[in-house]
Design a protein around this ligand. Structure first.
Ligand SMILES: *Cc1c(COP(=O)(O)O)cnc(C)c1O
Length: 427
């Protein structure tokens, strides 16, 4: 580590923060305020006209949130970030910035169930259309692209199947067609993968999961990679054409390599309003300080548990890319050599009923719809997170009827295994 190029763990603790200049408070305060005093009418006018940066109103920005944004941008290696009330809100703002009615985008078929729902159902109301691709065959996406395609969306490590995707191969094809690659990095976190280094242009997170890490706050963030030319094709008018509400400013011209983050804030967040609460920004910032330590332990524990499950007579299969014989192992080694994450699936012999009994018999594991908590978590995706999908979609998303999903926590691994053992005995 050097002063100019701090290491990841140093950034996780310090990026974006400094002692409060007024009070000398060492920790970033919770700026629990809705609005900010202007120095003068001219100052107010300059802020409203985007000629000067500064706080106006907490729907659009907040100082606690700003530290969170700087920290995540630093961890992902992006130029700027925008934090939001949830991961889904960040996805909405990303697509609002690139899509016009009638447009389409390409998304991986293997995604978090909520994202499949948002893209396939809610986005239809905006006349935005998703085209599903099979990420195990990146070349197959070329046939889905037409003149109304505006972007490509994948998860770096897909939820719930725990599958790594070939980000660089997908980025190359997207860029060949003049499209930005958007990567949901929730399951891996930038500790394991920094997708911008592999060609991604925009990163999105549910901060609710590993980034916050303690299961106590909702939050989302988008990170601008600063890599994409929003003007070249003329397909992204929000960024490349004059904005009447800001005195005719062209955002890409005015803000260069962080124009996307600005557009998502001043056109998306401003008008839709999914603002993150200052308290949540504070809790998420605190969580991020220990991200590297937690991810190390999460990955170690998950590997030990996966190996143990693999030898258990009541387990029919284990899908963990950290295992040497897993079909996804080569991609894991390429993209995420530090570990294969903490979320994976396996099958309990006896199918749906045994799976259900098993989940209900667990004591240390909490049965709930979340991942990335310090606590070990379990869910049966087919009856919960992926319930709204058709059986075919469930299987395509890695959430078939016999699938149990674990999010392995940071407890003592011997206790985690003891709990799994007693529950498997009952299944
Ligand atoms: C949870 C999750 C989301 C949605 O985030 P929320 O904070 O729940 O809105 C998106 N993508 C992935 C991979 C997730 O796990």
């Amino acid at each position: 580590m050097s002063k100019d190029n701090p290491g990841f763990s140093t950034l996780a603790v310090h990026a974006g923060a400094q002692p409060d200049p007024t009070t000398k408070a060492r920790i970033t305060p919770i700026y629990q305020t809705t609005a900010y005093v202007f120095d003068s009418s001219d100052h107010a006018a300059a802020l409203f006209g985007l000629q000067q940066f500064g706080n106006i109103y907490t729907r659009i920005m907040n100082p606690t949130q700003a530290v969170l944004e700087e920290r995540v941008a630093a961890l992902e290696g992006g130029t700027a970030a925008l934090a939001t009330a949830s991961g889904h809100a960040a996805q909405l703002l990303i697509f609002h910035t690139i899509m016009r009615p009638g447009d389409n985008f390409i998304a991986a078929r293997r995604l978090y169930g909520g994202s499949i729902n948002q893209f396939g159902n809610a986005f239809k109301s905006f006349d935005w259309h998703v085209r599903w691709m099979d990420t195990s065959d990146p070349g197959s996406m070329e046939a889905l692209i037409d003149e109304k395609t505006k972007g490509v969306f994948v998860e770096s490590l897909a939820n719930p199947g725990g599958t790594f995707v070939d980000i660089a191969a997908i980025a190359d094809i997207a860029h060949k067609h003049g499209l930005p690659l958007i990567v949901d990095n929730t399951m891996a976190s930038p500790y394991l993968i920094r997708p911008i280094e592999h060609g991604a242009d925009i990163i999105v997170h549910s901060l609710t999961k590993f980034m916050g890490g303690h299961g106590n706050s909702m939050g989302g963030v988008l990170v601008d990679g600063g890599t994409f030319d929003w003007t070249k094709s003329g397909k992204y008018p929000m960024l490349s054409e004059p904005r009447p509400e800001y005195g005719g400013v062209v955002l890409h011209q005015a803000f260069g390599n962080f124009a996307f983050a600005i557009a998502a804030r001043v056109l998306g967040l401003r008008d839709f309003g999914p603002t993150i609460a200052p308290l949540n920004s504070f809790l998420l910032l605190t969580g991020i300080e220990t991200l590297p330590l937690r991810m190390q332990r999460h990955c170690e524990n998950a590997m030990t548990v996966a190996k143990w499950l693999k030898t258990h007579p009541k387990v029919s299969w284990v899908n963990y890319s950290g295992l040497a014989d897993d079909p996804n192992h080569a991609l894991q080694q390429k993209y995420s050599p530090k570990g294969a994450g903490a979320v994976f699936t396996f099958g309990v012999k006896g199918g749906y009923e045994s799976g259900k009994t098993f989940v209900e018999a667990l004591k240390l594991f909490s049965h709930l719809a979340n991942i990335g908590d310090t606590r070990s978590l379990v869910i049966h995706p087919a009856s919960t997170t992926h319930r709204q999908l058709t059986p075919e979609q469930q299987i395509a998303a890695g959430a078939g009827p016999d699938v149990v999903r674990l999010s392995v926590g940071i407890e003592d691994v011997s206790d985690i295994i003891a709990d799994l053992e007693q529950a498997l005995e009952q299944a």
